[in-house]
Write a protein that binds this ligand. Structure first.
Ligand SMILES: Nc1ncnc2c1ncn2[C@@H]1O[C@H](COP(=O)(O)OP(=O)(O)OP(=O)(O)O)[C@@H](O)[C@H]1O
Ligand SMILES: [Mg+2]
Length: 303
């Protein structure tokens, strides 16, 4: 009996050591910058970003979300709070990025982009340096930066995708959404082949349908465009997603045993299990690329 107990304890410790080693290894490699984007609007990016962030946090990852949808910043509404500051206060009032970061459930953090994003086009050299320094200050504090972008292939959306290490392209099973996802993948590769692309089919009627559509689209894009797209997985259509939005709570915490929560946790597992794409220089390099690629003609405030 004692031997069995010892063996079990030994096994548990070995597992825990391996998990800790893995977390440490990932931390040394720096923050993973992942843009979550879509060709068509309304396919579920914001829901996915928020709940994926929580699923990663449950797996001991330190996650920060950049709420970067220019028109409709949604993460704060989904969590039921009003941001005090946005990225613009970092530029304008020279406060640190740490001061504008909001704390969400399970220790996830949120950076409200707000007008700070749209104003990127107007920054002078001093302000650009300030914002790059502000981002660099947080280098090492997070394992993941997840960016909730707008939809479509406008330059202001593509800039986030092209500046990131990897992008998660979200679609749903509708032919229009699938066609727009393909269009987005093509637009990204026409500009830059360095971003690793992953695909998620959201609102699938069944897991089989999601897998079938996702694999087919990833294959098609790979064959036609000659670059790899990884089908990461699917999230089934689930009533709890809308219910959670109404409750202003993430479905992962409000309905942890739902199909949608199970699927998002599986996506998080896959992101952590598979070999990550090479990092492209961390936060500082990300924000530098973003400013460089940012279109100069975006109107200052779309609202
Ligand atoms: N798996 C799902 N099952 C059922 N409903 C879903 C699912 N995912 C998202 N939805 C619903 O789809 C709607 C749009 O979701 P969300 O706001 O996350 O999309 P979005 O891509 O961020 O939109 P936008 O392009 O406007 O930013 C919401 O009403 C949400 O409840
Ligand atoms: Mg959104």
């Amino acid at each position: 009996m004692a031997n069995q107990g010892d063996a079990l304890r030994h096994w548990v410790r070995a597992k825990a050591d391996a998990a800790t080693r893995e977390v440490l290894h990932q931390r040394l490699a720096g923050t993973r910058v992942m843009a979550v984007t879509s060709g068509k609007g309304g396919v579920g990016k914001s829901s996915l970003v928020l709940n994926l962030a929580l699923a990663l946090a449950e797996r001991r990852q330190r996650v920060v979300i950049l709420d970067a949808d220019l028109g409709l910043a949604n993460i704060n509404i989904m969590l039921g709070y009003e941001p005090v500051y946005t990225l613009w206060d970092v530029v304008e009032r020279r406060i640190s990025l740490k001061e504008i970061v909001e704390e969400g459930p399970h220790g996830i953090h949120i950076i409200p982009g707000g007008s700070g994003i749209t104003e990127l086009a107007r920054l002078d050299a001093v302000e650009i340096h300030h914002i790059i320094d502000a981002f660099q200050e947080l280098e090492g504090d997070y394992d993941w930066l997840l960016i909730d972008t707008g939809a479509g292939i406008a330059d202001s959306v593509l800039a986030f995708v092209l500046a990131a290490d990897e992008a998660l392209v979200v679609t749903n099973p509708e032919p229009t959404a699938l066609a727009d996802a393909y269009g987005l993948i093509k637009a990204v590769w026409e500009q830059d082949g360095k971003v690793a692309l992953k695909l998620v089919v959201n609102r699938a009627a069944t897991r089989d349908q999601g897998t079938r559509l996702g694999t087919r689209l990833a294959d098609l894009a790979q064959k036609a465009l000659g670059q790899p797209v990884e089908f990461l997985g699917q999230v089934t259509e689930d009533l709890v997603v809308a219910r959670a939005v109404i409750k202003q709570e993430p479905f992962l915490t409000a309905y942890p045993h739902s199909d949608a929560a199970y699927d998002v946790k599986s996506l998080a597992d896959r992101l952590l299990d598979r070999v990550p794409p090479p990092r492209r220089g961390g936060w500082g390099a990300f924000i530098r690329r973003l400013v460089e690629k940012w279109p100069r003609d975006v109107s200052p405030d779309p609202l």
